[in-house]
Design a protein around this ligand. Structure first.
Ligand code: SAM
Length: 268
């Protein structure tokens, strides 16, 4: 048990989708806290593009990316090598048991990780433990109950319900974003040291819509669909319909997909 209910898998298309991410886009709220000498931990680093961006900013500091998946760690190492970044390291590890001493990092960050794991307050407590006093724990996580899919398609609306049910079966909170402030309090942060900001993750325009729709259509035919069947939250016929509906949506002019993302910044 690695304390995760991560269901996107680590195949090439999923890692490629995460590889489009950057510190500038996904961790904008954190950038003013990063200095040239910061020691930063990126939990659930995936293919490491955000982590490598941190290492560039903390050019005289040290950055470590941790992920429970060896495939993700391998991909992140390749990313750092390709970019010629030498002050970043990657290793396997799980969010609930970080392989570091207390008070090690100036910043402990994660993006799109807490929405995949059970018992988030325990994970935030662990992130707080390895953070220095005066340092920051930062998390950017979506809230799936704010999801807007246009144009309306009953199959995609049904998928959002199935997704919610699937996450709950795995003791994971799909509305993660809205809980971040409360969970930070539970993890031991003081109310006046916590801020939560929001932005909207969205896909619009032929290229973005095609990419997102095709990605989800494929996920239906692989790990996500398999998990829906495993937990009995959808029938095989429905899973097939979800895949077809995403593909159709991906080819629709004027289509939009949007979801609120909350950004927690908590000072220890
Ligand atoms: C959606 S991806 C996000 C990757 C990266 N943070 C980004 O935004 O590009 C989630 C990552 O968290 C990792 N993960 C899931 N559960 C984890 C856990 N309990 N401990 C460590 N990593 C975990 C997965 O392997 C995956 O690489």
């Amino acid at each position: 048990m690695n304390g995760s209910a991560y269901m996107q898998g680590h195949d090439a298309s999923t890692l490629a989708s995460h590889r489009t991410r950057s510190a500038e886009k996904q961790a904008d709220y954190l950038l003013p806290r990063i200095t040239a000498t910061s020691r930063i931990l990126d939990v659930g680093c995936g293919p490491g593009t955000i982590t490598c961006d941190f290492a560039k900013l903390a050019s005289q500091g040290e950055v470590i990316g941790v992920d429970y998946s060896e495939t993700a760690v391998g991909s992140a190492q390749a990313e750092a090598e390709e970019r010629g970044i030498t002050n970043v390291k990657f290793r396997t590890g799980t969010a609930h048991k970080l392989p570091f001493d207390d008070e090690t990092f100036d910043i402990v960050h994660c993006h799109a990780v807490l929405v995949h794991i059970p018992d988030v307050p325990a994970a935030l407590k662990e992130m707080r433990r390895v953070c220095k006093t005066g340092g920051y724990v930062a998390a950017g996580e979506p809230d799936w109950e704010t999801c807007i899919v246009h144009p309306y398609d009953p199959r995609l609306e049904r998928w959002i319900e199935v997704h919610r049910e699937l996450k709950r079966r795995e003791n994971v909170e799909p509305r993660c974003g809205r809980y971040l402030g409360s969970w930070a309090l539970e993890a031991g942060f003081a109310q006046d040291k916590i801020t939560v900001a929001c932005d909207v993750l969205h896909y619009f325009g032929a290229e973005q819509v095609r990419w997102w729709g095709e990605l989800y259509s494929k996920r239906m035919q692989t790990e996500v669909g398999e998990r829906a069947l495993k937990y009995g939250v959808a029938t095989a016929e429905e899973v097939e319909q979800f895949a077809t509906a995403y593909l159709r949506w991906s080819q629709t002019e004027g289509a939009l997909w949007a979801m609120t993302r909350m950004k927690l910044l908590a000072e220890k």
